[in-house]
Design a protein around this ligand. Structure first.
Ligand code: ADP
Ligand code: TRP
Length: 334
């Protein structure tokens, strides 16, 4: 039987952090044995807003190195650059003619990223979710692991796929992909403010753990991480609890060890955060430092990374181009 297929992507914007690892990359690794997987460096998505032209290639290499260092097997998975598979763009155009303006107008990420002056946003940013839909449908992916923030885009993808199937009277031509959203930690929050998500765009470096931080930096950042003065208690999980920072540190600890948050709270019930932080530092260094070292090692060998991407891109192009012929056929162009 054909294995279910996964497609997911990360924008190669550089400076990968613990949120990217626990919210995305770690899941990619855990899915690689159960599915036939394609993991994409979404470079065409990265150029929809201002980006660093001199750095983007390095960021692509760094993200690829982070995938490999985290345990993604390049023989098992197709790890590739979006911009090297032109069929994505051809399908995106076709789907631009299927998707409705009203649907795109509801996308909250566009509203957030475009800010006050929407007239000044790029058209690419507006039609970004249609390209994302094409990324998924061109491979007939059945499952898409994404963070909570991408859920709306996945719903749009299903609507577009459904409308295509109806419009062209090809029932089940495009499969409707299912999102896979991590339940334990959907969002890692800033170490300085538990109500804001950990992000590379936060001006304070101490708000996040970068995957390339040294052990000393990790230790300092966790020691300085904001907490409250109360000991660890199950009330941290109460719906109306304001102990955001406490909950975040415990979620990080649980996620690093693939354990349940409740289990951890029971283990540390009544203990202070100074005791807990020492444990968290140990676990984090234990998990992150080998990845960090490997990223630095792999990144040195650009030819090696290029070769891996190139090999994968041949495979991706083959699948995508074959499917594009079927799609063009369906809409009457062939
Ligand atoms: P950033 O917010 O730092 O700009 P991106 O938007 O480039 O990160 O996210 C890349 C991937 O990492 C996405 O799949 C996203 O869902 C995940 N991700 C980013 N930040 C976090 C976070 N704080 N917690 C969980 N997942 C995250
Ligand atoms: N938009 C996603 C993000 O910013 C990245 C992405 C692009 C993606 N194409 C995709 C994710 C297709 C899943 C499937 O995180």
């Amino acid at each position: 039987m054909e294995k279910n297929r996964i497609l997911s992507g990360i924008q190669p914007t550089g400076n990968l952090h613990l949120g990217n690892y626990l919210g995305a990359i770690k899941n990619f690794v855990s899915l690689q044995n159960k599915f036939d997987c394609l993991y994409m460096l979404a470079d065409y998505h990265a150029i929809t807003t201002d980006y660093n032209q001199a750095e983007i290639k390095n960021h692509i290499f760094e993200t690829t190195a982070a995938f490999l260092a985290s345990g993604l097997d390049n023989e098992k998975n197709i790890i590739f650059r979006q911009s090297r598979v032109s069929a994505h763009l051809e399908l995106a155009w076709i789907l631009n003619c299927v998707a409705r303006l009203g649907w795109l107008n509801r996308m909250t990420q566009f509203k957030e990223k475009a800010g006050e002056n929407k007239e000044k946003a790029s058209i690419g940013l507006y039609t970004y979710p249609v390209l994302m839909t094409a990324d998924i449908l061109i491979y007939g992916a059945t499952h898409v692991p994404v963070g909570e923030d991408q859920k709306q885009h996945l719903e749009l993808c299903r609507d577009i796929a459904q409308k295509f199937n109806n419009d062209f009277k090809v029932k089940d031509f495009f499969k409707l992909p299912e999102p896979i959203i991590p339940t334990n930690v959907s969002r890692i929050m800033s170490l300085r403010d538990g109500t804001k998500k950990m992000s590379k765009s936060d001006p304070s470096d101490s708000s996040r753990i970068n995957l390339k931080d040294s052990n000393d930096q990790i230790t300092q950042k966790i020691r300085k991480a904001k907490t409250d003065n109360e000991p660890i208690k199950l009330n941290i999980l109460d719906e109306n609890s304001k102990r955001f920072e406490a909950k975040n540190l415990i979620s990080i600890y649980a996620s690093l060890q693939d354990k349940n948050v409740k289990e951890i709270i029971k283990e540390y019930d009544g203990k202070t955060f100074s005791i807990f932080k020492n444990k968290l530092i140990d676990v984090m260094i234990d998990k992150i430092s080998p990845i960090s070292n490997k990223i630095k090692e792999i990144q040195k060998d650009k030819a090696f990374i290029e070769k891996i991407l190139d090999t994968s891109e041949r495979k991706a192009n083959k699948i995508a181009n074959d499917n594009l012929v079927k799609i063009k056929n369906t809409i009457g162009l062939i």
